[in-house]
Write a new protein. Structure first.
Length: 457
């Protein structure tokens, strides 16, 4: 009976994903775009669609061997620790983030224990709600750039995009929450509202308290803040918000704040599966993979700091905020030594909000990789299916993963080199010529030396 239920779940999951992917493709067709442009409350409709298409897979049972079960079991352990008043970070490797989201996990555990609602759905609800909000915010952001009526189609495209649909609805990761907070902070700054830096600092601070990577994007928002006093207030609010979240956890568990900071700062994702760490593992061979991953972890902070420094310089020369944010995130993708497939959701809303050609291209390429991973082509039963044995040798999926990393790394490096290179050339072209002293008049040969000295004096 269990095998039948799992089989039905696999068929239902793949069918629902295929229908959602088909609807996503329709969002780019002229008839659908025209229809959406005439729809009343199109952004609210996109938010509702985003929630609906993610709730359905959240209700489907997953295979017992799926690696997604590791995260769901981690959520259960964290929830139990929160409700028992124990230090969550004593559960090794299960919650490597700052402590804001663990209260949502604790609440999910309490509600599941007192109601018929399944825990697997409850822990996904914050991410689903964040993705619904992001669909509407993408529409708002694109509408600010142009009044051509295309904004509703971008909002609906985000609602149906395969990356966040799989990450949030199937996997149950909550990356959509910090992304939504970060995106909202950017929209506040763009609106030039009163006290915008303070409200943006609060939103970005909450994003950092969810997962720490938004702290690396926060500096680029300073380009939107003109006065130094407002810049100081923006960063002060970020620090205060994170400190407040840590203080609450310290009151909950004595010594927990320091434990949380240490755990979050040491987290690097899954080593040896992405980027240069995967290259080192391949070169070292199976007998020396542990040495290769240790070397990658040692080089990681230095490479990340260097790449981000260059990315900040290049991003400061770009005109569009979405291009700036995307360049910072792409630089992180390029040089990170660890990896999580759900990290690709970070760029999705900014890619669509950019309204540039690279946006749909990113969704298509990254969405294909995420789909391959969750459908089980990558040698692991990540999600709801397993096709490695029958349709894809392991090396094929590994090569596709390396190709995606190489594409993102080359895009980031090429953009940084081009922007900084053209900036340097423009600087030298505009540099004024060196000043010369007054020219001396040439004297005829008949002038005596004493007369020559008198003239120059």
């Amino acid at each position: 009976m269990s095998g039948c239920r799992v089989s039905i779940s696999i068929v239902a999951g793949i069918s629902w994903f295929a229908l959602s992917l088909f609807a996503f493709c329709l969002c780019w067709t002229p008839p659908v775009r025209r229809r959406l442009s005439r729809t009343r409350r199109a952004f609210a409709l996109a938010a509702g669609v985003a929630a609906a298409v993610r709730i359905v897979p959240a209700l489907l049972p997953l295979p017992a061997e799926a690696l997604v079960q590791w995260d769901l079991e981690s959520y259960r352990l964290v929830s139990a620790a929160v409700l028992a008043g124990r230090d969550v970070y004593d559960v090794t490797g299960r919650y490597p983030y700052l402590p804001m989201h663990l209260y949502a996990l604790g609440a999910a555990g309490w509600v599941a224990a007192h109601t018929p609602l399944p825990f697997e759905l409850l822990v996904r609800l914050p991410g689903i709600a964040a993705d619904a909000g992001l669909a509407a915010m993408v529409g708002v952001a694109t509408a600010r750039q142009s009044k051509d009526g295309a904004a509703p189609s971008y909002a609906m495209a985000y609602a149906l995009n395969p990356i966040t649909l799989l990450v949030t609805g199937y996997h149950g990761q909550f990356d959509a929450v910090p992304v939504a907070l970060l995106f909202a902070g950017w929209l506040v700054l763009v609106s030039d509202a009163r006290r915008a830096p303070i409200l943006a600092g609060l939103l970005v601070g909450l994003a950092v308290a969810e997962k720490s990577w938004p702290a690396l994007v926060a500096p680029i928002f300073l380009l939107r803040i003109e006065r130094m006093r407002d810049r100081i207030a923006y960063y002060a609010i970020i620090c205060f918000t994170v400190a407040a979240v840590l203080a609450v956890y310290e009151l909950w568990v004595s010594g927990g704040a320091l434990h949380a900071v240490r755990t979050a700062s040491e987290y690097q994702g899954y080593l040896g599966a992405w980027g240069y760490s995967a290259v080192l593992v391949r070169l070292a061979g199976p007998n020396h993979s542990a040495i290769a991953t240790a070397e990658a972890a040692r080089l990681g902070p230095l490479l990340l700091a260097t790449a981000l420094g260059l990315a900040y310089l290049a991003a400061s020369q770009l005109r569009r905020d979405t291009d700036r944010i995307a360049l910072i995130i792409a630089a992180m993708y390029a040089v990170t030594c660890g990896w999580g497939v759900h990290w690709l959701a970070w760029m999705a809303p900014f890619a669509l909000a950019s309204r540039r050609r690279w946006g749909p291209a990113y969704i298509a390429v990254a969405g294909s990789y995420v789909s391959v991973t969750y459908l089980g082509f990558g040698a692991w039963t990540w999600g709801f299916a397993w096709f490695t044995d029958s349709l894809a040798p392991i090396s094929w999926a590994k090569d596709a993963e390396m190709l995606l990393w190489l594409s993102l790394a080359l895009a980031a490096a090429g953009t940084i080199a081009a922007v900084l290179g053209f900036r340097a050339i423009d600087h030298f072209r505009r540099r004024p010529p060196a000043k010369r002293g007054p020219r001396r008049r040439r004297m005829p040969p008949s002038v005596t030396p004493s007369e020559r000295a008198t003239v120059h004096a």
